[in-house]
Design a protein around this ligand. Structure first.
Ligand SMILES: Cc1cn([C@H]2C[C@H](O)[C@@H](COP(=O)(O)OP(=O)(O)O[C@H]3O[C@@H](C)C(=O)[C@@H](O)[C@H]3O)O2)c(=O)[nH]c1=O
Length: 181
């Protein structure tokens, strides 16, 4: 398992070691020992999975205060562009993001620490997305930023006419009006 630093402190791209043979392949997708050695102790308590059609944008989401969540995200089927935005007020990279293609082929994962907003767009016909969280879902702590905020300068790859949003996501505020923890 390879842990690669990104330009955002605490945010890592992880590439599992894949063992291929005549049956197919095997890989470890999470190892607490590897995590402790490379990132630190993270106590994951909830696993989530979602299915999206091409053009679905689920973004940009986070939970505020004590409900903040670190996430370990990956794609089981298909291909997405995954985005993490640094919302840590005292961070030198506040407002900056990384955008990484995650797919069933490259098998990459991203570790997104607490204090980030997260989202993705499904680029393949369908995409099965899986992630671990280190804190439980808390409806009252949910917050978000509109994916298209021009201040964030995120290239979502697809044109606006191809994008599908939930009503909730379409109503999210700009970063400058967002509820930050
Ligand atoms: C996120 C979540 C949602 N739900 C419910 C609430 C709602 O009725 C339904 C769908 O929720 P949403 O529309 O918020 O799902 P979705 O837009 O997929 O939300 C997720 O997006 C990605 C990008 C993230 O990073 C996650 O943290 C989460 O915010 O599922 C849970 O029960 N537990 C959860 O942990």
């Amino acid at each position: 398992m390879k842990f690669e630093k990104t330009g955002l402190e605490g945010c890592f791209i992880i590439e599992p070691t894949v063992f291929e043979d005549n049956r197919g392949y095997f890989m470890e997708t999470f190892s607490q020992r590897e995590f402790e050695a490379n990132i630190g102790r993270v106590n994951f308590v909830q696993d989530n999975q979602s299915h999206s059609k091409r053009g679905v944008v689920r973004a940009l989401h986070y939970q505020v205060g004590d409900a903040a969540q670190a996430k370990l995200v990956r794609v089981l089927q298909g291909r997405v562009l995954d985005v993490a935005v640094d919302l840590r007020k005292d961070s030198l990279t506040f407002g900056e993001h990384i955008a990484v293609e995650l797919s069933e082929t490259n098998k990459k994962q991203i570790f997104i620490p607490r204090g980030f907003a997260h989202g993705f767009v499904a680029l393949s016909e369908t995409a099965e997305f899986f992630y671990k969280c280190d804190n439980f879902y808390d409806k009252n702590a949910e917050a978000g930023i509109i994916y298209s905020d021009p201040d964030l300068k995120i290239d979502w790859v697809l044109s606006e006419s191809d994008i599908t949003l939930s009503l909730k996501d379409a109503a999210l505020p700009l970063l400058k009006n967002a509820r930050l923890s």
